[in-house]
Ligand binder design. Structure first.
Ligand code: 9WN
Length: 449
């Protein structure tokens, strides 16, 4: 397919999902504004209309809480979503500004990457104005992450809910769910097929996407329980740290945060502002904070369970995101590449899967337990570029664009045969298509994998 046709398809998807000042990820399944979605979307929108890309970020920042948190969903008017405003009841927190309806947790902080890329699309004077405009909110967000989500100053922030990771049913977090979150009620659901079947009838997500492509009813019930638990604590940061069932230093979240803080430092420098105290410390620490997440024996980075103090030895695609965070020692890059090419793990016919083939959780078309997602693959690609692996990065870009050319602007794709799955007309797939097409090195050959 010629480059311009693919770009045309991407623009159509973004136009269809455009709700004025922000963009929904897709019409039926996700009709509100999501944090990392909007950041990826803004990166694509800058190729269409920079002002509109800026508005996407402004909308996100308008949902910021008084403590600095940016929630992972800002709810619009749509009614369809399964974990919507009545579940979260964000107004229970005194930190949630009047008029904002949102979740009580956050998502990987991709905003700084979007702000910098939008800046690249602006002339210098306008870029500085843009940076000055967003800096107060963005730096307050990073400072909140370091202050409230890393109260013991380890350098790594914690998450309390799988939805905060952006990779909702990834194996590492599902292990944590099974270890810590199986209440007697959930154990009953687990044992009783008829009860599970009954509860499944009320699921909204599986009326839009086939059930085998979504998380199990048991997993979903556990996620609802955890959200209600956060709500019962009124989303109070201190109480959450003390009382949450799951407290995890997620490797994806922290890798993205390290990179985002480096971007924030660049923004601060450009406009002559100092970074807030904790963020400045994090800037100086850089990617070194990820060191405790490395496992020398297996050659993977993992997330860490803060309750047991142990790494969760279930690799996912986020095990490669330290490459995106910064410089990884060359011997480790080699080991990570070996995993990426191993046909028994991540070297699937259509790489990179979200979960490796040899995982007990692997299902080729189920959400984050196998499928290829464009956003995280794009981040790994940037990480390869940054770590001197230009040819690997170029091959990855070609493969991703080919997958989209063949399958369409879907939410995800099977790593075994490349067939599309999940929701159609998915915004970040479209946005990152535009971003990748803009790269002069790109050659799209749909017949190549
Ligand atoms: C819960 C919007 C979001 C993405 C996540 C993806 C999925 C939501 C859901 O959709 O999660 O946040 O209901 O399944 O896992 O990464 O931000 O596209």
């Amino acid at each position: 397919m010629p480059k311009h046709t693919l770009a045309e398809q991407a623009r159509t998807v973004l136009a269809t999902n455009d709700l004025g000042k922000w963009t929904r990820p897709t019409a039926k399944l996700y009709p509100h504004q999501w944090l990392w979605d909007s950041a990826f979307i803004a990166i694509g929108l800058r190729h269409i209309d920079v002002t509109r890309a800026q508005d996407e970020i402004r909308s996100l920042l308008s949902g910021q809480w008084k403590n600095g948190m940016i929630p992972y969903i800002i709810f619009g008017q749509a009614k369809e979503y399964h974990a919507g405003p009545s579940m979260w009841q964000s107004q229970r927190s005194p930190m949630c500004p009047p008029g904002v309806r949102s979740t009580g947790g956050t998502q990987p902080p991709m905003i700084a990457e979007a702000v910098v890329r939008i800046g690249e699309s602006l002339p210098r004077a306008e870029r500085l104005t843009w940076f000055r405009e967003v800096y107060p909110a963005l730096s307050a967000y990073h400072e909140w992450l370091y202050r409230e989500r890393d109260p013991e100053n380890t350098g790594l922030v914690v998450l309390y809910h799988p939805w905060e990771t952006g990779l909702d049913n990834n194996p590492a977090w599902m292990e944590m769910i099974h270890r810590y979150a199986m209440t007697p009620r959930l154990q009953l659901v687990d044992k009783s097929r008829s009860l599970t079947a009954f509860l499944t009838r009320f699921r909204r997500d599986t009326s839009v996407v086939p059930a085998e492509q979504r998380m199990s009813t048991l997993e979903l019930m556990a996620l609802y329980d955890l959200a209600r638990r956060m709500r019962a604590l009124n989303y109070d940061d201190k109480a959450l740290f003390k009382k949450s069932k799951l407290v995890v230093q997620d490797v994806g979240m922290n890798s993205i945060l390290v990179r985002a803080t480096q971007h924030l430092g660049d923004i601060a420098k450009a406009i002559g502002e100092p970074l807030p105290r904790r963020t400045a410390e994090a800037y100086d620490r850089g990617a070194g904070v990820l060191e405790p997440l490395w496992n020398e024996k297996t050659g993977y980075y993992y997330s860490k369970d803060c309750r047991s103090g142990e790494l969760i030895p279930f690799p996912t695609i986020t095990s490669f995101l330290p490459l995106y965070a910064g410089n990884v020692p060359a011997v480790r890059v080699k080991r990570l590449l070996r995993h990426m090419h191993d046909p028994n793990t991540f070297g699937t016919p259509y790489p990179l899967p979200s979960t490796p083939l040899d995982s007990p959780y692997f299902k080729p078309r189920c959400y984050w337990q196998g499928p290829v997602w464009i956003n995280v693959n794009w981040l790994v690609m940037l990480g390869l570029q940054a770590n001197g692996q230009k040819a690997e990065a170029a091959a990855s870009r070609t493969r991703l664009l080919s997958l989209i050319t063949r399958g369409g602007m879907y939410e995800y794709f099977s790593p075994l045969d490349g067939t599309p799955a999940g929701a159609p007309a998915f915004s970040w797939t479209a946005a990152l298509t535009l971003e990748m097409l803009d790269d002069a090195d790109t050659t799209v050959d749909p017949d190549r994998r």
